[in-house]
Each structure stands twice: as structure tokens, then as C-alpha cells.
Design a binder for this molecule. Structure first.
Ligand code: 5GP
Ligand code: MN
Length: 321
């Protein structure tokens, strides 16, 4: 969808609300948790009763962010005047917490920066040109004339840093840095946020890479790798992840698209896609029932791994051609 920003309606909705629920997407990353916490903490500063929730809770590496302890990993009771969904392109992405919240909230605000946003909810703060969902939260707080505190600034900076891979993506502009400037002036520690939310890896990621690098292939500009349940178990990893491998593969000079196929416990296959500017893999993910951005997207499709690869590789070849 194109940009749709109903600032006035969104400001009024939260001003009139007493209780607000904030949710984000499952398998949350730095921008999901950054926007969840930045908004939740700021709304609490404004005297609102705010619940924040995401299936499974805050991942270990993001627990240093202010307010992380207040995030619930499931919802069993509660009713809210407003639910805000942040950084989620569709309703399904918000998981069980989103489904529960939607059924028990009077109004849903859809705050997102995915080009593949499906237009769900009642009030829209959707800006595909925003580098992160936290950029939109920042702009909303400016509209509310809410002074940015150090905890809020730190959470918001985490989203900017992670979704731009440390300000290295094509969509970063001078405007991005004016927001970073404001957040740092409010006390957000850039080096610490970058080190903890973007750079740091558990050693198990390296154990995983040691096992799966032999599966890497580069054919006609598409670099790919496979990760099985056995690989994850051998590395001692409990969730379905590539430990950042897709970014490493995407850095290869001759690769236009990088794809990692990850086997889930139920046999389905999670795919992570990255591309160089000029090659849009957001639409491919959308076609596969997932979503994302032009240069970073993903989807979950039926297995086995061989069948998933046989389906996805021709679509990627179509983008490179
Ligand atoms: P990652 O490869 O880091 O898991 O995901 C990269 C991007 O694709 C993120 O912006 C993420 O939100 C999006 N993405 C990954 N998987 C899915 C999915 O199953 N559905 C949707 N809608 N987006 C996804
Ligand atoms: Mn995001």
C-alpha cells in the first residue's frame, strides 16, 4: 500500500483512551521490540494504562531495552479501548496476542512500514518510506508533543539501527539522521544499542554456520543455504534461525539475492530473503504468503526443504533476470 498517515485520528484515539494494548509481530526483531517498548513506555509516561505483548516474549538479546520486563508473552484476560499493532504487515503476523487483543479492543491502529501491509485495522499510520517502525512511533510522539525520554529514545533507536543494518540500507536519508540526532540528544546510547541489538551473536550461531556453510551454493546471482532441524539441534539452538547467515551471504559480491531455507519442527520451511538494491524480493515473499521489504523479506511455506527450494528458486530467478 502507499503511505497513509492519519496522525490527527491516531492522536485523538490515544488521548481519549484509558487502556491501550500494544502488540507486534511474532519472531520479534529489534524494530518490533523497539517500537513496542518505545510506544508502550511513552504512553505510560502520558498516564495511560498500557499492556504490551508478543507471543514468546522479548528475545534474550533485546532484554536490555527499557521496559522489556513489562512485556507479556501471552494474553489471557483484559479489555482495551485501543490496540496498536506495530511493525506487523498483516493480522496473522501478530500471532495469538494480536488475535486476542483484536477481539477485545474497540479500535485498532495499524502502525507499520512494510510495503506489503494489508490495510487491516481502523486507523492507519503506514509509511513504507520509513526506515523502521520506530521512526513512525517517533513521528507520532512528535505529533502528540510528547517529550522523548531517555528510555523511549533508546528503544526507538534500536529499531532504526537494526532495520537499517547500522544505517547501511538504501532508504537511509539525511532525515533519518535528524531523528537519530534527536534520540541521541535525549540520551540514547548509539554504540551500546548497535553492539547489543545488531552485532552481538551467541556462539551457537557460529556452530550453526560451521555445519551449514557446506550447503551454500551460488548460481546465476542467487546464493542459497539450507538449515535442517538436525543442524539446529547439533548447534544447541531451540528456535528456527539462521544466526544472521542470510546477511553474510548477501554481502557476497556476485550475489544479487540471498536465500536461506530453514526447516521448522513441523516440517514447514521458513525462508529468509535479502537482495541488492534494484532486485525486489518483497513481492516474491508476498506471493509466497509472507511479506517484508524490497531488500529484506520472508515467508513460511510447506516442506519438505527440496520442494520449498524447487518452488522458490524459479521465482528468484525471475527477479534476477
Ligand atoms: P527475516 O529474514 O529477518 O526473518 O525477515 C526479514 C523481513 O521479512 C522482516 O521485515 C520480516 O518482518 C519479514 N518477514 C519474514 N517472515 C515473514 C512472514 O512470514 N510474513 C511476513 N508478512 N513478513 C515476514
Ligand atoms: Mn521493521
Amino acid at each position: 500500500m502507499t503511505a497513509r498517515t492519519q496522525w490527527k485520528e491516531a492522536v485523538t484515539a490515544v488521548e481519549q483512551a484509558a487502556s491501550i494494548l500494544v502488540v507486534t509481530h511474532v519472531s520479534p526483531d529489534g524494530d518490533a521490540i523497539g517500537s513496542l517498548l518505545g510506544l508502550a513506555v511513552a504512553l505510560r509516561e502520558r498516564g495511560k494504562k498500557v499492556a504490551a505483548a508478543v507471543d514468546g516474549g522479548v528475545p534474550e538479546f533485546l532484554k536490555f531495552l527499557p521496559g522489556a520486563k513489562t512485556v507479556r508473552d501471552k494474553l489471557k484476560q483484559g479489555r482495551w479501548d485501543v490496540m496498536v499493532s506495530v511493525d506487523a504487515s498483516d493480522e496473522e503476523r501478530t500471532g495469538a496476542c494480536g488475535a486476542f487483543g483484536r477481539a477485545r479492543s474497540r479500535l485498532v491502529i495499524n502502525l507499520d512500514h512494510h510495503l506489503t501491509n494489508t490495510d487491516f485495522g481502523d486507523i492507519f499510520l503506514v509509511m513504507p518510506e520509513a526506515v523502521s517502525a520506530t521512526e513512525i512511533v517517533y513521528r507520532w510522539l512528535v505529533e502528540m508533543q510528547h517529550p522523548i525520554s531517555q528510555p523511549v529514545a533508546t528503544a526507538l533507536l534500536a529499531g532504526l539501527v537494526t532495520d537499517t543494518m547500522g544505517f547501511r540500507t538504501q532508504n537511509v536519508t539525511a532525515e533519518t539522521f535528524s531523528i537519530v540526532q534527536a534520540l541521541m540528544a535525549a540520551g540514547a546510547p548509539l554504540a551500546e544499542v548497535t553492539a547489543r541489538a545488531l552485532v552481538a551473536k551467541p556462539y551457537s550461531s557460529i556452530e550453526l554456520w560451521k555445519r551449514v556453510l557446506p550447503s551454500v551454493r551460488l548460481d546465476d546471482g542467487i546464493i542459497s543455504a539450507w538449515i535442517t532441524q538436525d543442524d539446529l539441534a547439533a548447534a544447541g539452538i531451540k528456535d528456527v534461525t539462521d544466526g544472521g547467515l542470510v546477511s553474510l551471504l548477501a554481502s557476497v559480491e556476485d550475489a544479487k539475492i540471498a536465500v536461506v531455507f530453514k526447516q521448522k519442527p513441523d516440517g514447514a520451511v521458513e525462508i529468509s530473503l535479502r537482495s541488492k538494491p534494484g532486485f525486489d524480493i518483497g513481492q516474491v515473499a508476498l506471493e509466497l504468503g509472507g511479506g517484508g521489504h524490497a531488500q529484506a523479506s520472508g515467508a513460511t511455506i510447506p516442506g519438505p526443504l527440496e520442494a520449498a527450494a524447487a518452488r522458490v528458486m524459479p521465482l528468484l530467478a525471475g527477479v534476477v533476470r
